[in-house]
Design a protein around this ligand. Structure first.
Ligand SMILES: Cc1cc2nc3c(=O)[nH]c(=O)nc-3n(C[C@H](O)[C@H](O)[C@H](O)COP(=O)(O)OP(=O)(O)OC[C@H]3O[C@@H](n4cnc5c(N)ncnc54)[C@H](O)[C@@H]3O)c2cc1C
Length: 466
């Protein structure tokens, strides 16, 4: 049996390593932190969540729920740990980020088949089975190596990767910018001015809500659009991911856009007045101790001093102490439709697989999911088997179908949504019912596929540790 090299012990790489090891396959897991840092990670732990602490909706029959259901059925280590370290967050699955990555690191360290190598990987050996899971902040040396490897494979879609960070020009559609939201200390929030509530009173009232009157909103809006951003570098033309726009960018699209986005007040009646405020800023618990909260949807790239000044205009945050300010980072990803097949293997180099954000998905859950899938396929290759992709009707199958079949000339990473799933054969007008049926079908197909995997000559998966 061959061993597998996994590069990057982030969300995708940690899950991939675990999936290989639990199938009896030896893994060399390369992680460059703390020897070499990234601009966003703050610790040396594996699977560090760099921004929000949310692993998206846990509400039944939503697309993120479906993907998580499939991941649970496939025995995801990281989802198991997410459940153990979850913090109250209404319908969302949010975790204590410190405890989460600590437990992932411990689980990987305890696994005898995984050898952790704290070093930067800079070369990819074509003969070795390798999973590249180095994320949006892949080191420059490895980026150059990926470029070399993919230059023979990317005939369909121009350059395979964006390298402007390394000074090499590239088309603008192969990167975007992600931003992170600020975190404040809980005891610096003025509790007299805020209230706990769940939108439409559905679920538990886990969010702190900072209500704004029209006058407060107008003053905040004017200060926000006038505030100074971190300067752009000359060669950078900021190209944001639409799903994660900085608040100042949303604000520039119109005076009311924030009120229909991250500051939406609907369903958040203030119990003290019985009325819905003009706008609301929501704060979500960061950790199990509940001593810090993040400003939901407030990712931004204003200068730190400007952030402190503008965000303290939010009622309840007048004296806020910031544990982390919003920041912005480049996100690097390959041109997956030109380079990958449905098993996440490279077309031209089938022993090389990609997983996580770098393979063209967006988001924590999607990164873990592709890590799980790449780990499974790599383990199959290691025992001489032929990887089989999950069915198209599943959330896994749809996500991977998108990244491998989208238009290579204009490829944009994606989150899991119902848009990616195939339409049902019968037309159902009611949206909820349609989604319920799509989920039902997807899970049935996924279970069938998992069952058929048992035919592949690898030992049955072990239980995820409690
Ligand atoms: C600033 C920022 C904020 C984000 N915020 C969110 C968010 O709020 N919610 C969300 O769902 N998604 C967010 N994302 C997107 C994405 O979900 C995360 O980046 C996620 O961590 C991606 O998982 P990954 O496993 O692909 O990469 P990572 O978790 O980043 O893991 C990659 C690992 O590879 C290591 N590495 C890199 N190069 C090498 C090398 N050459 N050798 C060895 N190791 C290497 C890195 O140190 C890192 O540990 C954000 C991304 C960025 C950049």
């Amino acid at each position: 049996m061959r061993s597998v090299r996994i590069i990057g012990a982030g969300l995708a790489g940690s899950e991939a390593a675990w999936q290989c090891a639990r199938r009896g396959v030896r893994v060399d897991l390369f992680e460059m932190r703390p020897v070499r840092r990234t601009p966003a990670h703050q610790t040396a732990e594996f699977a560090e969540l760099v921004c929000s602490n949310s692993l998206k909706s846990g509400s039944e029959n939503t697309a993120p729920w479906l993907l998580k259901q499939e991941m649970r059925r496939a025995g995801s280590l990281l989802l198991g740990i997410a459940r153990e370290t979850s913090v109250p967050a209404g319908h969302a699955l949010a975790v204590d980020r410190v405890e989460f990555s600590k437990r992932v690191t411990d689980a990987i360290a305890r696994e005898p088949l995984i050898t952790v190598r704290r070093e930067e990987a800079t070369a990819i050996e074509d003969g070795e089975i390798t999973v590249i899971a180095t994320g949006p902040l892949t080191s420059d040396a490895l980026s150059t190596e990926i470029q070399r490897l993919s230059s023979s494979s990317s005939a369909e879609g121009g350059s395979a990767l964006d390298f402007s960070r390394a000074g090499i020009p590239a088309p603008h559609n192969l990167y975007f910018y992600d931003s992170i939201s600020p975190i404040v200390e809980a005891d610096s929030i003025n509790t007299d001015r805020v209230y706990m509530a769940a939108r439409y009173d559905q679920g538990s009232a886990d969010y702190i809500n900072c209500p704004m009157s029209r006058e407060e909103y107008d003053a905040f809006y004017d200060a926000l659009v006038a505030a100074q951003s971190v300067e752009e570098k000359e060669w950078e033309k900021l190209n944001y991911f639409e799903g994660c726009l900085p608040i100042e960018e949303i604000a520039r699209r119109g005076r009311d856009t924030l009120r229909f986005g991250p500051m939406k007040p609907v369903g958040l009646k203030d119990p003290r007045t019985g009325r819905m405020p003009y706008a609301v800023v929501q704060l979500r618990q960061e950790n199990l101790r509940a001593d810090s909260y993040n400003l939901v949807g407030f990712q931004n790239h204003l200068k730190f001093g400007e952030q402190a000044r503008v965000l303290r205009m939010i009622p309840g945050l007048e004296n806020a102490r910031f544990l982390r300010y919003g920041q912005i980072h480049r996100n690097t990803y390959i041109n997956a439709p030109a380079l990958l097949i449905a098993t996440l293997q490279m077309k031209q180099h089938p022993r090389t697989l990609f997983a996580g954000q770098i393979c063209g998905v967006e988001g924590y859950v999607e990164s873990i999911a592709t890590g799980l899938m790449a780990g499974l396929h790599a383990a199959t290759l290691a025992v001489g088997g032929e990887p089989v992709p999950p069915p198209r009707a599943t959330a896994f199958g749809s996500l991977i179908h998108y990244i491998t079949q989208a238009d290579a000339k204009n490829f944009q990473p994606a989150n899991i949504t119902f848009d990616l799933l195939p339409a049902l054969e019968t037309r159902i007008r009611d949206r909820q019912e349609r989604h319920r049926r799509q989920c039902q079908l997807a899970l049935r197909e996924f279970d069938g596929w998992l069952g058929r995997l048992q035919d592949i000559p690898i030992p049955p998966p072990a239980e995820v540790p409690a």
